[in-house]
Design a binder for this molecule. Structure first.
Ligand SMILES: *[C@@H]1O[C@H](CO)[C@@H](O)[C@H](O)[C@H]1NC(C)=O
Length: 817
């Protein structure tokens, strides 16, 4: 089968979609069902919930239980950067079917595998297998004997189930429960209005070993039993499973102390157990204690479905991994020179963690809607006035909002970021276009009536607990790079089979449930029709609120309108630009023009024009074509510095003259990165000179954020002042590829640079991953070491696409040019 759509395939697929979508929504029930459940609490090592507000929240906790000092510190729950993990994450993951995750928990001497799969494309519920294997490098705790490489390792595991809203969950046969706990499977009965009736079964297996002790307490509570403790807690506290668990455990520890005294306590594996008190409540903890390797299953079964057994789970896990592996080779197969199997595993891991990072978030958020005049930032010294206005603390809780999104990093940024999301969705788009459409809809639905989208979505108590208070407030005059428009461009590229768009909109990327194709060119059109008013409103908002001043400063340009300036500026930062500390004009001035924002507006206008044309909105098409052209011309007129031979910001000097402010680096590359410098553009040569110059931006580890020649290189926070970032490098390499595909003076050179950069980037991310077990937020331009945030499988995962891009280095590649 070819990758491009033939007219016949298009017709057939279109009909299938019409049959599946029986309401005004383009997302069918079957599609929604397949996405209903997931590990949608990506801030946890393992936390399954449905994509529904006020529903069921599950979580997993575990700890080695061999001494009295370290248990609390070793109890894993939320992903953390400083728990000594030797890597963790999904080795395979598909949002429609499930996947397999392994947590290499060095500190607990345990590798924990958490498989998650859906039965019958989601309609049959889901299953999770929790499998622990002691690590070879398990280190003994003083006074504890080990034999056979950790076969004596004692581990406590807790599975928690919380019920929000009006639903209920309750252990079966709670009245008949004995103090000693359960010897068989534990079954919870549940019901909510969205989910109907369901059962959650936590299985018991005869294969597992459990620690014993001669301590008298063991007689009443042998550790081959499972303990269930139910409590009622305020709904806002349900996410705090670790605190709830330890407060429950405290009551049982206090009892031990009372009964046996501190001197004669039971061993830790007995002491750290919850009381068996199943019953009514909205939070249920289920505990098992193991010695050596272990395994148990969690099975969620809707009442409408036949009950599943562990055997079904075994088969489903096999089937899911097999189909993942097969699809992977069709969608993201690394190409030469990355054909070695090691790159395939690496690629799968990064992609699976990006994809497995998708979460569902629900709750209120903090917004300052005072619309203070100071926020217009129109006066000199505006940043002081704006700070005072912020200091009036006019923020309020708003909402609730909901968001279905992927995230930059599970331990550090487990929430939606507008700037990141467009990059995240590019590799996912190659895999399943309809999942991406659902995420885009979710994001655009958070837009307010003015057209503003909060750039950082911190929804609910759990999300806020990760963010210092001063960073929680969202301001409706703050923009952020409109990266979602990149995704719309990529989707349209696929539909039109544009070269270099990665996998075309093939049978694979369409998504496929029960033989029904989910995203077809027709359904994409229907969806864009729904989305179009929101896209327009968003575009208008950027133009209206982030405009730059041309008239006051006699700036000469093709268009007297198109110029842009980020609001939310301080002397040190433009956080709204996404490149927080990148050097800009000093001091800030209301007459500034920012070339990166101008470029984003170019990208935005190009794509809203394209959507209008795709939808046949001809009046709009003409209007947007004009704006896109004006921006394209004005980028050169306003931002090209003849003197520095590069694109620059502009500001206004002491004589009220417009002047360029040139700090060579990513900002200067923005017109190129956003596709505004075509192969026949006279400035292209200078742009490539800058990228390729080792004394400026080129490093063996990728393109630096700031030129080595810049006086601010590597200074102060050094966040965007030298390190190599994958999102920007992806845009650079993609553009080099485009130039290499078109006849022109720079074609050969672009191909050579493309190949060299591709190798440098992959080697850098791969080597660091090998060494540390993680992908990182950014890379050191001198050493290639990953730095800042660990487990940054957000846009760093773009390396997956870079590996799957064509090889232009070989002889064959050159002949093709
Ligand atoms: C599928 O889910 C979306 C988003 O939650 C919703 O808007 C749509 O109505 C659902 N479709 C069906 C057929 O239920």
């Amino acid at each position: 089968m070819g990758n491009l759509w033939s007219f016949g395939a298009l017709l057939v697929a279109g009909l299938a979609a019409v049959a599946a979508a029986d309401d005004s929504s383009v997302f069918s029930k079957a599609s929604n069902d397949s996405l209903l459940w997931g590990p949608y609490r990506p801030n946890l090592y393992f936390g399954v919930r449905p994509r529904l507000p006020k529903s069921v929240l599950t979580g997993l906790l575990w700890s080695r239980v061999e001494d009295f000092v370290s248990v609390q510190g070793n109890t894993r729950y939320t992903c953390e950067q400083h728990e000594g993990m030797a890597g963790y994450g999904w080795d395979a993951y598909d949002a429609r079917t499930g996947g397999v995750q392994v947590v290499h928990d060095k500190g607990n001497g345990l590798d924990l595998e958490t498989s998650f799969v859906k039965f019958d494309e989601g309609r049959g519920g889901w299953g999770a297998r929790i499998k622990g294997t002691p690590r070879d490098d398990v280190e003994p705790v003083p006074n504890v004997q080990y034999a056979n490489g950790g076969d004596n390792l004692k581990t406590a595991v807790w599975f928690t189930v919380g019920a929000e809203g009006l639903g209920s969950v309750q252990p079966q046969d709670a009245e008949a429960a004995e103090e000693s706990g359960y010897t068989e499977d534990v079954i919870l009965d549940g019901q909510t209005s969205d989910l109907g009736d369901f059962k959650i079964t936590i299985t018991e297996s005869k294969e597992n070993s459990h620690p014993t002790t001669s301590h008298p307490s063991y007689q009443n509570k042998p550790l081959d039993h499972t303990f269930v403790h139910s409590i009622q807690t305020p709904e806002e506290a349900l996410w705090q499973a670790k605190a709830l668990l330890f407060s429950s455990m405290k009551s049982s520890i206090d009892e031990y102390i009372e009964e046996y005294t501190q001197e004669k306590m039971p061993p830790p594996w007995q002491t750290y157990t919850i009381q068996n008190l199943p019953g009514q409540g909205n939070f249920h903890m289920i505990q098992k204690v193991f010695e050596g390797p272990f395994e148990f299953d969690i099975l969620f079964t809707p009442a409408s479905s036949t009950p599943k057994k562990s055997e079904d789970l075994t088969n489903a896990i096999k089937a899911v991994t097999k189909s993942f592996d097969e699809k992977y080779l069709e969608v993201h197969k690394p190409l030469a020179p990355f054909k070695d199997n090691k790159y395939l595993g690496f690629s799968k891991s990064l992609f699976s963690n990006l994809y497995g990072g998708i979460g569902y978030f629900y709750g209120d958020q903090v917004i300052d809607r005072s619309y203070a005049p100071e926020y217009e930032e129109e006066n000199e010294g505006f940043w002081q006035e704006a700070e005072e206005a912020r200091g009036r603390n006019q923020q309020k809780l708003e909402g609730p909002y909901e968001l279905y999104t992927s995230i930059p990093s599970r331990p550090f940024f487990p929430r939606g970021f507008l700037w990141d999301e467009g990059f995240h969705l590019l590799p996912i788009l190659d895999w399943d276009a309809e999942v991406v459409m659902q995420i885009l809809s979710s994001w655009f639905n958070t837009m307010d009536e003015d057209g503003w989208i909060p750039r950082e979505q911190i929804l609910g108590h759990e999300a806020r607990s990760k963010v210092p208070q001063e960073f929680q407030v969202q301001y409706p005059h703050y923009a952020n790079p409109p990266t979602l428009f990149m995704v719309i461009e990529a989707l349209l590229d696929k539909i039109e089979g544009k070269a270099g768009s990665g996998a075309a909109l093939s049978q694979q990327t369409l998504g496929n449930i029960a033989g029904n194709v989910l995203a077809t060119p027709d359904s994409v059109k229907a969806w864009l029709k729904q989305l179009y008013p929101l896209l327009q409103r968003n575009f208008d908002w950027y133009r209206r609120t982030q405009w730059g001043d041309l008239k006051c400063y006699d700036r000469e340009a093709f268009s007297s309108k198109e110029a842009y300036r980020w609001r939310g500026r301080t002397p040190r930062h433009i956080l709204t630009s996404g490149l927080d500390d990148y050097p800009r004009a000093q001091p800030p001035h209301p007459g500034e023009l920012h070339v990166d924002l101008m470029s984003w507006m170019g990208l935005m206008s190009r794509n809203i024009h394209r959507v209008a044309s795709f939808l046949g909105e001809s009046d709009d098409e003409a209007k947007y074509a004009k704006i896109a052209e004006a921006i394209r011309r004005n980028v050169d007129d306003l931002h090209w510095s003849k003197e520095h031979k590069t694109y620059c910001d502009a500001t206004v000097d002491d004589y009220e003259e417009s002047v360029h402010v040139c700090h060579k680096g990513y900002i200067s590359l923005f017109p190129f990165m956003s596709g505004l410098v075509a192969s026949d553009n006279p400035h292209l040569k200078d742009v490539l000179d800058l990228i390729g110059d080792e004394d400026e931006l080129w490093s063996p580890h990728g393109i630096r954020s700031l030129s080595r020649q810049d006086e601010l290189y590597g200074t102060d926070e050094n966040y965007w002042r030298s390190p190599v970032w994958m999102n920007m490098n992806y845009l650079i390499i993609k553009e080099l590829y485009n130039i290499a595909q078109q006849p022109g003076a720079q074609q050969k050179r672009a191909a050579t640079m493309y190949s060299a950069l591709r190798k440098n980037l992959v080697d850098t991310v791969y080597n660091s991953f090998q060494e540390t077990g993680f992908a990182w937020e950014q890379y050191n331009p001198e050493t290639g070491a990953g730095q800042r945030t660990q487990h940054f499988t957000g846009w760093t995962s773009l390396i997956v696409k870079i590996m799957a891009m064509p090889d232009l280095s070989g002889k064959k590649g050159h002949d093709e040019l």
